[in-house]
Design a protein around this ligand. Structure first.
Ligand code: ZN
Length: 257
């Protein structure tokens, strides 16, 4: 060990016990092989030391809970190199947790010029260079194998914003993935979602994916990591594309598979 690393790790010894406890609270992470668990713990610990976690109540989040929270974000880039993972979330400076599900009022004008006001049901919010904002109740609902994970959803938007100010469903791609393939596969999914809705049928994944290309990418990431069996059954080409993008096969560790 270099003296610098030795000095650093002495100042910030890895909290092995807290990590084990955090892990025990998140079924999604328990399925990981040992080597991944070790690496994920180190990445989550490093993330916590580099980024600000703003909590409305410090008591509510002990160290295991903090590690468990950021580990679900670090899971996404787990099989990327350390540099790639750090760059991918360079635009994340702060993660803010709010007590209640906060809803945004959305105004939309229809073709007749009538303004409709409704409440955006989706919680969590992310914008370029801004903090990631999460509702406590959504964090508590995340962590299972079920297709919903607000942490993965919001961090997917940050990945997406790695090359643009908006989440447009087109994150920076590794050289191994052709942008035309990405476009073709996602367009196919998008068209299928729209076709389901036009027929009045429920799409195979959350219909929030059909609201915007950026939401399509974020929702597909949620399914990829927390309900890969559903994603693979509905859109095998998309599952395979995301497996290449994330360099992971969550299907192999998914308990219902
Ligand atoms: Zn979103």
């Amino acid at each position: 060990m270099k003296w610098w690393n030795a000095w650093r790790s002495e100042r910030h010894p890895f909290p092995a016990e807290a990590w084990a406890e955090g892990l025990a609270r998140v079924p999604l992470l328990q399925a990981l092989p040992e080597e991944d668990v070790r690496r994920l713990g180190e990445r989550a610990w490093s993330f916590l030391r580099r980024k600000r976690l703003a909590l409305f109540d410090d008591e509510l989040f002990d160290l295991p809970a903090r590690l468990a929270l950021v580990a679900q974000a670090c899971l996404m880039t787990l099989h990327w190199s350390e540099d790639e993972a750090r760059d991918a979330f360079a635009n994340v400076h702060e993660v803010r947790v709010l007590p209640e599900a906060f809803r945004r009022k959305v105004e939309e004008m229809d073709e007749a010029g009538v303004i409709h006001e409704y409440e955006d049901e989706r919680v969590g919010e992310t914008w370029h260079q801004g903090p990631i904002v999460l509702a406590l109740s959504d964090i508590q609902e995340s962590g299972d194998w079920g297709g919903f994970n607000v942490i993965i959803h919001e961090f997917a938007h940050k990945l997406d914003m790695g090359n643009s100010l908006d989440a447009d469903g087109f994150p920076p791609l590794p050289r191994a993935i052709d942008a035309r393939d990405w476009h073709r596969v996602f367009t196919g999914v998008w068209d299928d979602l729209q076709a389901h809705l036009a027929r009045g049928e429920a799409p195979p994944i959350d219909d929030y994916a059909a609201s915007h290309p950026g939401e399509c990418f974020a929702v597909c990431c949620e399914y990829f990591f927390t309900a890969p069996d559903i994603l693979d059954a509905a859109y095998p080409e998309l599952y395979a594309l995301l497996a290449r993008y994330f360099r992971q096969q969550p299907l192999q560790r998914c308990p219902s598979h």
